[in-house]
Write a protein that binds this ligand. Structure first.
Ligand SMILES: CC(C)(COP(=O)(O)OP(=O)(O)OC[C@H]1O[C@@H](n2cnc3c(N)ncnc32)[C@H](O)[C@@H]1OP(=O)(O)O)[C@@H](O)C(=O)NCCC(=O)NCCS
Length: 148
């Protein structure tokens, strides 16, 4: 079981654990502290019965556009629609704030994430050549609009 909450600093240790588990180049605690305290960001987390972060998604908000910073779900909790639910919370905020679109970059080889975003209304709109390092890889640029 899990519940969705607004991600705050109270969960930061558990958030960093999840981040280290999910990414080769994880964000640090310091990077999260700065982001979580900004008025130009929005983060949601899935919290399990032990009060651990088992998933999170965040975005930066600039003028009329959201930009997803990251989405991650603990391996034991994947394929249960948690990422989909977290994205849906971000979309609600986009609509409430009157944002026109939300964008993201994703590694070209990250098929499961590209599927996730495609299923949630993002379209591939371009490639950023060699955007990622370690290993070098293109980024697929994806966008979802809210003019519906
Ligand atoms: C990508 C990730 C966030 C998906 O989280 P999740 O909670 O398992 O995703 P959901 O259960 O909401 O899945 C929704 C859809 O995404 C796609 N998807 C998710 N996992 C997939 C997989 N292993 N293979 C193929 N498609 C997958 C499917 O279309 C799925 O719908 P379906 O289950 O009806 O087929 C998770 O695998 C993860 O944390 N990966 C490591 C971190 C990462 O790559 N983050 C994205 C960085 S841009």
């Amino acid at each position: 079981m899990y519940r969705i909450v607004t991600l705050t600093e109270e969960y930061i240790e558990s958030l960093v654990e999840l981040e280290n588990l999910c990414f080769d180049e994880p964000w640090t605690k310091g990077m999260f502290v700065g982001d979580l305290s900004s008025e130009y960001t929005c983060y949601f987390a899935a919290i399990d019965d032990d009060n651990k972060v088992v998933g999170y998604a965040g975005m930066w908000i600039s003028v009329d556009e959201g930009q997803i910073t990251n989405v991650a779900v603990h391996p034991d909790f994947r394929r249960k629609n948690i990422a989909t639910e977290l994205l849906s919370r971000l979309f609600d905020v986009c609509r409430k704030r009157g944002l026109q679109s939300i964008t993201l970059e994703v590694r070209q080889s990250n098929e499961k994430a590209i599927n996730l975003y495609g299923k949630n209304g993002f379209l591939s709109v371009g490639l950023r050549k060699n955007y990622y390092k370690n290993p070098a890889e293109n980024a697929v640029l994806m966008t979802k609009t809210f003019n519906d």
